[in-house]
Write a protein that binds this ligand. Sequence first.
Ligand code: SAJ
Length: 412
Amino acid sequence: EKVSVIGLGYIGLPTAAVIASRGIEVVGVDVSENAVNTINQGKVHIVEPDLDMVVQAAVTLGKLRATLTPEAAQAFLIAVPTPFKEGKKPDLSYIHSSAKAIAPVLEKGNLVILESTSPVGATEQLASWLEELRPDLTFPQTAGEDADIQIAHCPERVLPGRVLEELVSNDRIIGGMTAKCSAKATELYKTFVRGECITTNSRTAEMAKLTENSFRDVNIAFANELSIICDKLKVNVWELIALANRHPRVNILSPGPGVGGHCIAVDPWFIVDSAPEEARMIRSAREINDGKPEYVLEQVKQAADQFKHPVIACLGLAFKADIDDLRESPALDITQKLSCSNVGKILAVEPNIKTLPQKLTDADVELVNLQQALEQANVLVILVDHKPFKALSSNDINTKVVVDTRGVFSRF
Ligand code: SAJ
């Protein structure tokens, strides 16, 4: 049996490696020559704990290889990005390109799984693209259970930083276009998933994934709104949340500098786009979370105003604690905007990276270590709760003005 994984990024590569580690032949396909070459050398082009070992083992055993163009296989698993375009509209162009890439090699009896987070209806759209491209084959939207090709949506739900563990242990939603599609997809996931595989239809599976991330976004927005209300009312929000969470049915999340990453800040917009009139709370949560960096910026400017020569150290650039991923990071955004607003000298501390991204070097931000930041800065801005920052003592900071967006120094 051979499985083809289309898109070898943060989801596709770990999934390909885990399936290969079960002894199944896996061919990974990516448009990036660099990714393909790196993987074929048994190395990885993305950072995720233990991924390098699993990929190396699979490549060495000859179970995993990467190519630029798809070849025939029994199952195709599509894990490509679904970003949004201007106007917060979902961009399905990578799914469309994947359809065009696999269509020529599709054979009767194949299974096609869409793993990419997608707006409701995207799996049906993928099926009709494939049907147009291969009129000689039959597809579930017209042939039902008798279709030559089975199609399902099985959204990924793994947490960056714990991908290899969660790939195996999380329950999986299997949204087949027919019951037969679900059964076939379940068979594939059962080869490596220890969690339960729960079947539904493709539209419900699409909406379930969007709902999970919107649930988290709405709850973070609640915490972020509370933090702004508490500043106004001179209440410590961290103490407040700790107290409220003592209630058996209250569990408030943590405020922060905004919501980053490429999932939670994106997926709720897919729901808003599908039901703009109805998705009022989901839209509002997005706006609250997107507005938080601007609020933090104002706080830092006020802190800097107390000094003749402000030196501002931004602690953390990643989108969350203890990872090196700077994509869609509010911390990065705040640091860059600070630098462009001429409030003072800007230092950045990010223990998980070695060089600053171009947009910060262009903005004259200097990458320093934590010690240097403590020596030079009079304003500290805690943007990420990385472990070394949590280990700081009050002696380290008591001569500084601190803007603590993560509550690192407010332990309740
Ligand atoms: N954040 C807060 N306060 C909190 C929790 C998170 O401000 O209390 C911020 C983080 O700092 C970060 C952002 O939210 O900037 C998102 O971080 P996260 O850890 O909540 O989630 P992601 O984006 O790393 O991964 C999410 C996960 N979804 C859920 O937990 C519902 C993961 O399971 C999904 O697979 C992933 O999105 C995805 O790919 O969709």
